[in-house]
Design a protein around this ligand. Structure first.
Ligand SMILES: [Zn+2]
Length: 61
């Protein structure tokens, strides 16, 4: 069972399709991972073990 309450997410804008969505932290807590809801393009954002991810929002390139 996953603990939904601790599921961290990052707001991301996918410039490929000009859409906003959320990507969620993976099980290991090492990356935020998610895909563009329109074209399925995958995005992984590494989580710094010390600082984490400083921003709550970012744009894909
Ligand atoms: Zn897309």
């Amino acid at each position: 069972m996953e603990t939904r309450k601790n599921r961290k997410f990052l707001g991301v804008k996918f410039n490929c399709c000009q859409v906003y969505t959320r990507i969620y932290m993976n099980r290991n807590g090492t990356h935020y991972e998610g895909g563009c809801p329109r074209c399925g393009r995958l995005l992984r954002v590494r989580v710094d073990p010390i600082n984490g991810v400083n921003t709550r929002f970012l744009e894909s390139v």
